[in-house]
Design a protein around this ligand. Structure first.
Ligand code: ZN
Length: 215
């Protein structure tokens, strides 16, 4: 008896799970997700995402560690406390295909140095890895929020900030910082989210080094 062929939807779900696992492993290799921290999600379709469950080593994920979470349903058992921050972004922007969250040294330290309000980046060639940036002279704003264990409340603050214009024509980064906590970055696909994550983390390292030499 031959196996029943997988539907396109089942294939999409399998691919999304594999992309979450790959993103977790890549971040672990960079030491961006220490001690089971961080979480990773990839959109399956308009209604569902694949997302890491709570409390697992992101460098050793298996498919059993990935939840298939509907966007408009209560959180599944074993969900991460930070899952609401992922789901809120997917609900507000249908173009978002993947969201990666890390507790990397650069974002965690610089978010405290910058303080609540926002971080301005300008003068770095690597900024051009971000969408809509064609010059190092373009200013980029990365919102910074005070950390909060109430992630539903935090998701509301993020939503309000992302809907508001930036001052001085600065472009909003495809990501935000939680002070003393880490970075959320996203893209239209897992590949783009990974590029944005790497660009932002590297820019934060540049900025931290630069600030040591400038008043
Ligand atoms: Zn976190």
């Amino acid at each position: 008896m031959s196996a029943v062929p997988l539907t396109a939807e089942q294939n999409r779900e399998t691919a999304a799970v594999a992309e979450v696992i790959a993103a977790g492993r890549a971040a672990a290799l960079r030491h961006w997700v220490p001690a089971t921290s961080g979480n990773f999600s990839v959109r399956i379709n308009a209604d569902r995402v694949a997302i890491t469950r709570s409390g697992v080593d992101k460098g050793a994920l298996t498919s059993a560690d990935i939840l298939i979470q509907p966007l408009d349903a209560p959180l599944l058992p074993r969900s991460s406390a930070e899952a609401p921050l992922h789901l809120a972004l997917y609900r507000r922007d249908p173009s978002i295909g993947a969201i990666f969250h890390v507790h990397a040294p650069g974002s965690t330290v610089l978010s405290r140095v910058a303080g609540p309000g926002g971080l301005r980046l300008t003068g770095w060639e690597l900024q051009k890895a971000l969408p809509g940036i064609t010059s190092h002279e373009q200013a980029i704003e990365v919102p910074v929020f005070a950390n909060d264990q109430d992630t539903d409340r935090l998701a509301g603050l993020v939503e309000a900030r992302l809907a508001a214009p930036t001052a001085d024509g600065a472009l909003l980064a495809p990501g935000y910082l939680l002070a003393g906590h880490g970075l959320y970055a996203w893209g239209t696909s897992p590949k783009e989210a990974a590029r944005h994550l790497e660009a932002l983390e590297t820019l934060f390292e540049f900025e931290l080094s630069y600030r040591r030499f400038t008043p």
